[in-house]
Design a protein around this ligand. Structure first.
Ligand code: B16
Ligand code: MG
Length: 221
């Protein structure tokens, strides 16, 4: 089999944590005295926590010192952690569990490639940690997607050549990161956003890992 490692993004592929990020950012914006819409929230998907705060403050037309920003990001994260701590298996996105099971049964290694510093907590809440051979989260990388670091690190740790890795991503920056890492990129979601991917699927529901691997091009170029 040409695919030896399947790397999954978390938010938007395995679970929809964007709604909890949104609740927490909206609450912070309200406390700062401005509204933060769902359209604004789209800009935060796949983006790091600090960069998200910068965008939020830009929307509100506010300026804060680095120390104040640390405090605001911490506050948002405390609320966010409170929300996601109540999650359970019912929040796994349709088809994700079956897809992970099939990939594992097919003999592929499985890794996570997420920008979130809360990835371990989320996978634990969803009872999915057992599937992962290696977890790359926001605490292990210094460069955000579209930098390839988050995916390259997973392949390096598991000693698998990039050309034998496939990445599942819902954000355009993640597709770019996968391709820059020299891996196959599968876009999960909107084809208009993910058009650079080698293959695009609307979601993992009803998708067979083996069949999907068969549809990938010969080389991840
Ligand atoms: P945290 P992903 C990303 O997850 C989210 O899409 C993004 O909205 C969030 O700001 C980022 O994680 C950091 O999350 O505040 O928990 O460290 O799509 O890379 O799995
Ligand atoms: Mg994502």
């Amino acid at each position: 089999m040409k695919i030896a490692l399947a790397i999954f993004d978390l938010d938007g592929v395995i679970v929809d944590t964007a709604k909890y990020h949104y609740q927490a950012w909206k609450r912070l914006a309200a406390e700062l005295g401005f509204d933060f819409s769902e359209t604004h929230n789209e800009r935060l998907k796949g983006v790091s926590r600090m960069r998200s705060l910068e965008i939020l403050l830009e929307v509100g037309g506010m300026h804060k010192t680095p120390a104040e920003m640390e405090q605001l990001a911490d506050k948002k994260n405390r609320w966010y952690v409170e929300y996601i701590s109540a999650m359970d298996e019912s929040e796994i996105l349709p088809g994700a569990l079956e897809f992970l099971q099939e990939a594992k049964a097919a003999g592929a290694k499985i890794a996570l490639g997420s920008a979130s510093k809360n990835a371990h907590l989320i996978l634990d809440r969803l009872n999915l940690t057992r599937f992962f051979d290696f977890i790359v989260d926001g605490t292990l990388v210094s460069k955000a997607k579209p930098d390839p670091e988050v995916f390259s690190l997973a392949a390096e740790k598991l000693k698998i050549a990039p050309a034998r890795c496939v990445v599942f991503e819902d954000a355009a920056a993640g597709i770019e990161a996968a391709k820059r890492a020299g891996m196959f990129a599968v876009g999960v979601g909107d084809e208009h956003v993910l058009h650079e991917a080698h293959l695009i699927i609307p979601g993992l529901e009803g998708v067979s890992f083996r069949q999907l691997c068969g549809k990938l091009p010969e080389q991840p170029t």
